[in-house]
Design a protein around this ligand. Sequence first.
Ligand code: C2E
Ligand code: MG
Ligand code: MG
Ligand code: MG
Length: 291
Amino acid sequence: QADLAMHEAKEAGRNTLRFFDQEMQAAAFARSELEAQIRHALQEEQFHLYYQAQLDWHGRVTGAEALVRWRHPQRGVVLPGEFIPLAEDTGMILQLGHTILKRACKQLAEWSARAESAQLDIAVNISARQFQHASFVDQVMDVLAQSGANPGKLRLELTESMLVENIDDTIEKMNRLREFGVRFSLDDFGTGYSSLLYLKRMPIEYLKIDQSFVRDILNDPNDAAIVRTIISLGKSLNLGIIAEGVELEAQRKYLEHYGCSLYQGYLFSHPLPPDEFEAFLLSRHHRDGPA
Ligand code: C2E
Ligand code: MG
Ligand code: MG
Ligand code: MG
């Protein structure tokens, strides 16, 4: 009986092992497949930046967040949630991130040269692996120099979790870029770990309230309380506040009442290709008032 049990256990173990092996192989295959696809897509220039407007409380467009889209020949427009995490796993994010930064800075230089868009800032999302790379600061400075973009109009969006890794190193990197003129926003604020101590030590200009809090601001008293707390925290630390995911006029009003600085969301505009963003900008110039 004991022998039999032993035998069964061994069999089960072997099967588990075999199963696990196959699964790992499949995952490894999928990863290298995707890596090859991303490399190919980079060569074919299938990654494009869309721009989503950010507005102040007068309803003026002050800038745009660059959001990457993969225009896949078969699959159509693929959203970043489907490839950014995988690009991070494979390391392809370094090349992709560099391409994104170059594209955004080129756009910034172009917009700065035209009267109707001269004042715009561009915000660029930076992934952890990209930020933690030893040459990140040099890379940003090189891209800025080569594009001729004004560093003071580039805002890098970092997330809380990537800042707590190597605090001293992180602060040094941020300070070097800040001295060069580059500014920072803390993205998805409230969803990660944040120590208020770091917030104070880091050269951050804006906190971005995550859209998960904004979504239910009108119905969920807890979310509303969190949003009010983030706004008042921002005010006391002398930071601006950007609300993302603003879809309703009533949400905008609520945020405005508590003193939110900038607004971003479908209420104003979806992320748009550059030419459509420019058309949106012109249409805003011909009207007054918020939203
Ligand atoms: P995020 O930086 O928090 O960007 C905000 C996301 O909210 C965007 O999704 C945007 O399209 C979406 N959004 C904006 N307004 C609304 C709204 O009113 N309602 C709703 N439901 N959603 C809204 P997207 O473009 O799919 O990007 C998702 C995430 O992918 C971004 O979150 C960011 O973390 C990452 N990502 C996007 N572009 C890049 C990039 O160029 N580089 C890196 N490293 N990450 C990127
Ligand atoms: Mg962002
Ligand atoms: Mg965000
Ligand atoms: Mg978010």
